[in-house]
Design a protein around this ligand. Structure first.
Ligand code: NDP
Length: 293
């Protein structure tokens, strides 16, 4: 079997962070304050806590101020909406993000819609999703943007290619399919009701798995030479009862036939964080230096 190219999201994310750090340093001398990102977390979901910590650490590396808040698990809808409205008005804040999932009693969609679209660092506000549908520029959701940036970095041809996206969530599957379509791929969206999933997947030149089912994409679902993007992050039991992270793709066996493949961890995960920082810096630049390009 030929050796596939690893799409190294970790390395690219580091490169992007260095670029952002320089950009921030230049802009800060003009704007007179650093960019600010407010990550709102509610409750003590351990996975969310890890993500929030990673985001804050990454912010620190590039010089973005973390202006987030951690609410107890019983925080109310009104309290959160009020905080978001305050952050919308706060000139130190360029990006606002609500860490999902929220506890059951909260309505995450209406909270996402409280965020001012220009500060919507996660690109999940209806205005920004609408802009994506229209192919207008706007803040784009981070995981799908990270997928596209990684493909671009490795000069992977998209135009005219058959892309299959498995998963149709508003967070990943749907926006990634729209972004591939924008780049002129012929896109199929597969999901839990798709018949003959294997046959659909085997058609793909570019296969994006965003399902949340550990290692469900086995070698027999992949066309030899395909580019395989694994968005899934699944915690499973590993050796000696320790937990480990695996993707939606059975990496070892699929790597034997793919032309390019993303690892988990070290693929789309770090790219997502890099795109979050990039969105925050872009809002900071755009709304504070209207005379710059
Ligand atoms: P959701 O649970 O919201 O969506 C899963 C999608 O997969 C649904 O559209 C569902 O179909 C589809 N699906 C479920 N089972 C099957 C099946 N057997 N065959 C085909 N399709 C199926 O998940 P998310 O989109 O939020 O996340 C997907 C994965 O990506 C998760 O592992 C998550 O942890 C990871 N993730 C990673 C990020 C990163 O930074 N790398 C960021 C966000 C998510 P249907 O609509 O019919 O129910």
């Amino acid at each position: 079997a030929s050796i596939p190219q690893i799409l190294d999201g970790k390395a690219l994310a580091q490169k992007i962070q260095l670029e952002l750090k320089e950009k921030v340093a230049t802009l800060e001398s003009k704007i007179g304050r650093p960019p600010g990102l407010a990550v709102l977390m509610v409750g003590d979901n351990p996975a969310s806590a890890v993500y929030v910590r990673n985001k804050e650490r990454a912010c620190q590396k590039v010089g973005i101020a973390s202006l987030g808040k951690h609410f107890p698990g019983d925080a109310t809808q009104a309290e959160l909406a009020e905080t978001i409205k305050e952050l919308n008005q706060d000139d130190r804040v360029d990006g606002i993000l609500v860490q999902l999932p929220l506890p059951e009693h909260l309505d995450s969609i209406s909270l996402l819609h409280c965020i001012h679209p220009d500060k919507d660092a996660d690109g999940l506000h209806q205005v920004n999703l609408g802009k994506l549908v229209r192919s207008e520029s706007g803040l784009r959701s981070c995981t799908p943007a990270g997928v596209m940036r990684l493909l671009q970095e490795y000069h992977i041809p998209i135009s005219g290619k058959k892309a299959v996206v498995i998963g149709r969530s508003i967070l990943v599957g749907k926006p990634v399919a729209l972004m591939l379509l924008e780049q002129n791929a012929t896109v199929t969206m597969a999901h839990s009701r798709t018949e003959n999933l294997g046959a659909v997947c085997r058609e793909a030149d570019i296969l994006v798995a965003a399902v949340g089912k550990p290692e469900m994409i086995t070698r027999d679902l992949v066309k030899p030479g395909a580019v395989v993007i694994d968005v899934g992050i699944n915690r499973v039991e590993g050796k000696e009862g320790k937990s480990k992270l695996v993707g939606d793709v059975a990496f070892e066996e699929v790597a034997e036939i793919a032309s390019y493949i993303t690892p988990v961890p070290g693929g789309i995960g770090p790219m997502t964080v890099a795109m979050l920082l990039s969105n925050t810096v872009e809002s900071y630049r755009q709304f504070n230096t209207p005379d710059v390009d």
